[in-house]
Design a binder for this molecule. Sequence first.
Ligand code: FAD
Ligand code: UQ1
Length: 464
Amino acid sequence: MGVVPVYGAEETSSAVQAPHDYTNCVPAYTYKLVIVGGGSGGMTMANKFASKLGKNQVAVIEPSHVHYYQPYFTLVGGGIKKLCHGGSHKEMSEVLDKNAIWIHDKAVEFQPEANQVLTASGRAVSYDFLVVAMGIQTNFDAVDGLLEALEQDPQVCSNYHAKYVSKTYPAIRNFEKGNAIFTFPNTPVKCAGAPQKIMYLTDWRLTQMKKRHLATIMYNTSLPVVFGVKKYAAELTKVMQSRHLELNTRLNLIRVDHRRREAVFEHLPSPSSPSSSSSSSSSSNDDNQHQLTSSVFKYDLLHVCPPQSAPEVIRRSRLADPLTGFLQVDKYSLQHVKYGNVFGIGDCTNVPTSKTAAAVASQSKTLRKNLDLALKGKLDKLGKTYDGYTSCPLVIGYDKCILAEFDFDGNPMETFPVDQGQPRTSMYLMKSELMPVIYWQGLVKGYWEGPSFFRNTMKALRLK
Ligand code: FAD
Ligand code: UQ1
């Protein structure tokens, strides 16, 4: 493995390609399109429009010099793939169209009335149209003792960070016996299936290593159910029961004491109570403002999905939804509800669907068409076409996957002419082998806009 870049550890630096000088926050140049964030959503939109609009018309503000394919992290954590160039990540300079400008900087303030974004190095970047694609913020520091545990305890890991994902597989291999705990926080998250996918992979790996009988495997989730969509929750419940994986609902991780190898969970108000057959002890947590009780679990392996939130820069701006802090857009058109020349895509928006790259792909189709219209001055003609499509490939072993696909209301929107609720090897191969190709050659380059064409074709064939 080569040198692995560290997610989120980038320092803001001066522009590497900016053609103009932005000293004293005076915009010297107005881009037709500015995109904040060069992740899945930002990159696909930049590459669609860079070729269309021509040289120096599209600018991407992105502080990291690395673009990550985060869905790969599940496979890396499970020991199936390695962190590697071309798999989990590529350099920004390799993935961004040469017509576009990469502003290697961090957005720190939106000024939508002035049509500009201020950056950490003090530049004002002006735009005709703005796309906000900043992703969701991971807040590892919101759990007491977690960062210290991630830094110091080899048995604490997280697939939600490019640095800590490299601890996951070694932690599984080092596991001897005791409790393996997988957490899901009390906040919105990206890829709501990822916190349990790694549990299934751990179960399989421990079975292979003939250590499974020595392990109690627990999924401690803040949610009242194992998964938010009924059809797939029913199948996952069967999988969990048949493999003796413990489901403890309404438990929220609040503290990790790595010296004692203890994880403390608060009990959220719920109709169901945790079935802890573990070494947990209950106590009243008087410090907690909600007066919730808490339980202490001993761990021998702890995989943490961190609390997540709207990016701070959006939350404290006029672009935020006052209720959630996420970018306030129309969920069907992706246009900002107050500022007509501002659009959003992906995890940073308040679009009420499960936050995934699959959702980004589908949203990019709506956004491409609407931005095209907007750039032609036809802001009154925008389409309200995004249907909430999202997908979660629930890898449940080293050769099986349940491919969940659903809309805003949790109705299945399956692409293939088979029952995708059933665990399948074909879906596993799609996730592990085909999806990285679709991502790097399709989504990132601006071509892949989700599987609606295949879904509709399959549907038509079935009807004949
Ligand atoms: P991101 O891709 O996260 O990009 C946000 C970008 O904004 C980043 O590059 C960041 O550096 C940048 N940024 C942040 N702050 C600033 C700032 N102040 N100024 C400028 N730029 C900024 N999805 C699937 O569809 N299928 C899966 O199987 C799947 N599995 C996953 C497994 C794991 C473990 C994880 C962590 C995620 C998974 N996802 C999956 C989710 C998927 O990766 C995200 O939903 C997707 O990347 C969202 O794209 P985005 O553009 O909204 O955000
Ligand atoms: C998808 O489009 C996508 O974005 C590229 C993913 O992220 C990597 C996915 O995980 C999935 C499942 C889809 C949906 C694609 C198909 C073919 C069902």
